[in-house]
Design a protein around this ligand. Structure first.
Ligand code: GRF
Length: 203
């Protein structure tokens, strides 16, 4: 399975996937890591692992549509089987989402459908939620709204801050995301219509 991973920042999820490929846990290889930010630390992680990197700076494009056309072409040039969004902080145009329908996953730091968008950890604390977590989902036109494949839960503790909670969720993400990519690489996971299907069962 050829993967292309899109990042904007630290890339700790990227690192988990790099490690999982290296260990043979995921039967696949990362063909390239693409960032919209030149200073994303994840680019260093990729280079240290000997993975090709590209920076595609959105500020060089007049519109989101033009940027996403270029991004689609860049992704295509690596002929991936799966596109993995790992902290890629861009809203994607419907055209780009269509292009990789059923072949693009995202990880979001909440128990979707709760808390789409930003500041998820603080919102879970403010709502007095007993549980919080992370979700991996197929990407559709609806932001953080595509079919959920799998979730990891953590307890919200009485003295949690957004930072302490984020740290525990992050740890779970690093287990969850490689697992779901592994399933995809084993062809156990597809998207049919608007549903995720695992081992021929609709989720
Ligand atoms: C994670 O919290 C992920 O859920 C969200 O962006 C963050 C990326 O973190 N989509 P990292 O760059 O993988 O460390």
């Amino acid at each position: 399975t050829r993967l292309v991973v899109l990042i904007s920042g630290s890339g700790s999820n990227l690192q988990a996937i790099i490690d999982a490929c290296k260990a043979g846990y995921i039967q696949g290889e990362i063909a390239a890591v693409i960032s919209n930010k030149a200073d994303a630390y994840g680019l260093t992680r990729a280079q240290e692992a000997g993975i090709a990197t590209s920076v595609l700076d959105h500020k060089q494009y007049a519109s989101r549509e033009e940027y996403d056309v270029a991004l689609g072409q860049l992704i295509d040039s690596f002929t991936p089987d799966l596109v993995v969004l790992a902290g890629f902080m861009r809203i994607l145009t419907p055209n780009l989402v269509q292009k990789f329908r059923g072949k693009m996953l995202n990880i979001h730091p909440s128990l979707l459908p709760k808390y789409q968008g930003l500041n998820t950890h603080q919102r879970a604390i403010d709502a007095n939620d007993a549980e919080h977590g992370a979700s991996v989902h197929f990407v559709t036109e609806e932001l953080d709204g595509g079919p959920v494949v799998c979730q990891a839960k953590v307890a919200v503790l009485p003295d949690d801050t957004a930072e302490s909670l984020a740290q525990r969720v992050h740890k779970q993400e690093h287990i969850l995301y490689p697992l779901v990519v592994k399933w995809f690489s084993e062809q156990r996971l597809t998207m049919e219509a608007d549903y995720a299907v695992f081992d021929n069962k609709t989720l």
